[in-house]
Design a protein. Structure first.
Length: 158
């Protein structure tokens, strides 16, 4: 898997954070792409973490933090439990479909200082904090996926 470098931008804060978040999202997806279904469910580490769970978890985290906690929108939050019916393709597709909705909500706000107004947003945080949290969580889990993928089949690269 060829190595990809993060974008280097001279843009406003919101554009920069969204670009870096997108880079990490795509890095995570690249780590699960091409792995067989059995391997995506297998955990070579004691914590039980799997590639499939990482993708489902990040879809849940983005929806929870941006749509529910920040924007206060109603709707189901994706479940990150891995079920027998889950596939890598469906999990990745659901994660990717969520990106557009998440990014639209972010772009519709004039300021990263806008506070969370949804349920479960205490303590009070703003959109900047939410995006930075998602950036660090996505990067952290993309790193986990790097390790899992290398243990599963030797593939490396970001």
């Amino acid at each position: 898997m060829p190595d990809r470098k993060p974008p280097q931008l001279d843009q406003d804060e919101s554009t920069t954070v969204l670009a870096l978040l997108q880079y990490q999202r795509e890095s995570l997806v690249r780590k699960v792409s091409g792995v067989d279904e059995h391997a995506a469910r297998r955990s070579p580490v004691g914590s039980g973490t799997t590639l499939l769970w990482l993708v489902k978890h990040m879809a849940q985290a983005e929806s929870l933090w941006v749509l529910r906690r920040f924007a206060g929108l109603d709707g189901a939050t994706p479940d990150d439990s891995v079920t027998p019916d889950d596939t890598v393709a469906v999990a990745v597709s659901a994660y990717q479909e969520g990106w557009q909705r998440i990014d639209t909500v972010v772009r519709d706000h004039q300021s990263l200082d806008d506070p969370c107004r949804g349920l479960g947003a205490a303590p009070a945080v703003n959109l900047r904090w939410v995006l930075m949290h998602l950036l660090e969580e996505t990067a952290r889990h993309a790193g986990h996926a790097d390790i899992l993928r290398e243990l599963i089949d030797g593939e490396t690269g970001r």
